[in-house]
Design a protein around this ligand. Structure first.
Ligand code: PMP
Length: 372
């Protein structure tokens, strides 16, 4: 049986999620239509699910804008902020270890005149807070930071980042795609946090649905950004297009489960990680080392180096029994920018793989490692 260790890329769908989605398919009416029952049922599905999604991150339901996933949500917040700003010069500050959906979007805008600043990170992937403080100026329209890194699991020092943004009165966007379901998230932890993005398929929900949370003011008005899509008034005009009540119901259920299981899942992944490390040590001896051997991280993402094994050849060779990857599935063609920016050499990177666990695995599942 194959051991699936690529849960940071995507997860399986939970049966309870699927069951609720299947029911929602019967509510085929357009949720924006009026006067008839099937549309009211679809509308009701979305209302309930929106609350569950918001609850996971302590946001208000009306702050959730559904998108096709985190890539779209990241594009929406970054391009939307850029095109909305009337400043002559516009600056966005990101870290050098962002997911490609933030990084490449900013690189695209750079060609149109954006001043892009990439904050340095240390060997554990933590951003340079002094550099952040120094870089924020009157042209800065947004600071965008990945809260939990998708390749090395680093959890950023949100308290300090938010304080700096608060003091300088600049909007903070957090990509929390790899954080939800793993650490507590509170949209209201700081007034600087204006935007958050995440997706269903990393938390045992369906692919093709995610969201951008946009903070509202005391009058209930959202932070202003320009939408990516035009042609409909859905989602307050922030995202035109007919909503999929089926996918949204799945997202809502996945969020509800993630919230309920947060503590037990944290304990479970720590246990599984300890077993996995022990097995890899036994198997590979001193050829094995851990690239993210530090404390400030989530424990479902283990980035390891296996000396003298080329990662691509190794992954292919073990693929009949273990499914894993070198890093982000969104940028497989390039050597990991994240590992490079934490100071690893090309050789070290070429011998590294990411093993990402699921709290829904059993300890026994890891016995497969002995067969490598
Ligand atoms: N941000 C991060 C941190 C991610 O890990 C991913 C998924 N690879 C994304 C954004 C993009 O998410 P989606 O697949 O929903 O577009």
């Amino acid at each position: 049986m194959q051991l699936y260790l690529d849960n940071a890329a995507t997860t399986h769908i939970k049966q309870e999620v699927l069951d609720e989605m299947i029911k929602a398919f019967e509510h085929y009416g357009n949720s924006e239509a009026k006067f008839y029952d099937v549309s009211e049922l679809a509308k009701d599905d979305i209302r309930k699910a929106r609350k569950k999604v918001a609850d996971l991150v302590c946001a208000k339901p009306e702050e959730i804008v559904f998108t096709s996933g985190a890539t779209e949500a990241n594009n929406l917040v970054i391009k939307g902020s850029y095109y909305h700003s009337t400043k002559q010069k516009k600056k966005i500050i990101i870290s050098s270890v962002e997911h490609s959906s933030v990084y490449d979007t900013c690189k695209y805008l750079e060609m149109q005149g954006l001043e892009l600043v990439e904050l340095k990170v240390d060997s554990t992937g933590m951003i340079d807070l002094n550099q952040l403080k120094d870089e924020i100026d009157e042209n800065t329209i947004l600071v965008s930071i990945i809260l939990v890194n998708n390749e090395i699991g680093t959890i950023q020092d949100l308290k300090s980042i938010a304080k700096i943004c608060e003091n300088k009165n600049v909007s903070l966007h957090l990509d929390i795609t790899q954080a939800v379901g793993k650490i507590e998230i509170d949209f209201y932890k700081s007034s600087a946090i204006k935007f958050m993005t995440f997706t269903a398929h990393k938390i045992y929900g369906p692919k093709g649905i995610g969201c951008l949370a946009i903070k509202t003011d005391q009058n209930g008005l959202k932070e202003e950004i320009v939408p990516l899509f035009h042609g409909g008034e859905q989602e307050d005009g922030f995202r035109a297009g007919t909503l999929s009540n089926e996918l949204i119901v799945g997202f809502g259920k996945a969020c509800e489960i993630a919230k309920n299981n947060l503590r037990t899942n944290q304990i479970k992944t720590r246990e599984l990680e300890a077993i996995l490390i022990e097995k890899l040590e036994q198997k590979f001896g001193d050829k094995f080392s851990i690239n993210n051997n530090f404390d400030n991280r989530v424990h479902d993402i283990l980035n390891v180096r296996l000396r003298s094994f080329n990662n691509l050849i190794l992954l292919k060779a073990i693929s009949p029994i273990v499914a894993a990857s070198t890093g982000s599935a969104c940028s497989v063609a390039r050597p990991s920018r994240v590992l490079k920016n934490i100071g690893m050499s090309d050789l070290e990177i070429s011998e590294s793989i990411r093993l990402s666990l699921s709290p829904y695995m059993n300890k026994e599942d890891l016995k497969v490692i002995d067969l490598i």
